[in-house]
Design a protein around this ligand. Sequence first.
Ligand code: 5RP
Length: 260
Amino acid sequence: MTNNLSPIDKAKFVAAKRATDFVEDGMRVGLGTGSTAAWLVRCLGDLIEKEGLRITGVPTSSRTADLAREVGIKVVSLDEAKWLDITIDGADEYDGNLNLIKGGGGALLQEKIVATASDQMVVIADISKQVDTLGAFPLPVEVVPFGWQTTKALVEETLVGLDVLGQTTTLRLNGDTPYITDEGNYIVDLHLKRIGNPRQMSLVINQIPGVVENGLFIDICDAVVIGFGDGKVEVRDINAGTIEEDHLDFIDDENMFSDL
Ligand code: 5RP
């Protein structure tokens, strides 16, 4: 069955599988959103079923909540969990300092709240997400629907004074209508090409009234688990300054791959 997976899916799978080593019995775990995070949720479900792992999951989107329940994870809200031992999530880009762009899947607000309320955040990604400088991936900014065009114009005005290469902004659409986040907001994507100073960008953008949050995760991520299509996995821990290499075998599991 795993033979049907593309190399990129294999890379996402092995990153997710390796990241389950961070999860211990009894932990409260933030569950990310996106295709890589979906692998993590499936892998955790597998461990619950086969090894009796007991965890409580706090999902970062309605999509993840549905999948988590489906695979047997006990789901609670962040306010019920109060604080989390770990959050494991995907990313659209990560740089050498493990600063991130997130929100390609539209869940950046809940993802940032959940990751910030965790002792540890681990990103799972295939190697294509690695960049020297953030910004090739459009930076998602969540804005309230009220006055969104004015907010967008203010964001554009602000970009003029920042160290970026591009200044185009677009409202994210779902077909012909605005994409609506789980919190009922819109997303404006900033096509910056290169973000010279991500920390400054994040602070300045969040000062604009109407902006709820942006997809830059600065000093939030502790480790990244990078998957490769041949089963190789690399774990980079920014606090310990370590890089570990591993190799995972693909096991054909009827349950885990049945809905693919
Ligand atoms: C969702 C996200 C995702 O983590 C990010 O878009 C990566 O997704 P994928 O694992 O599908 O590449 O930030 O808001």
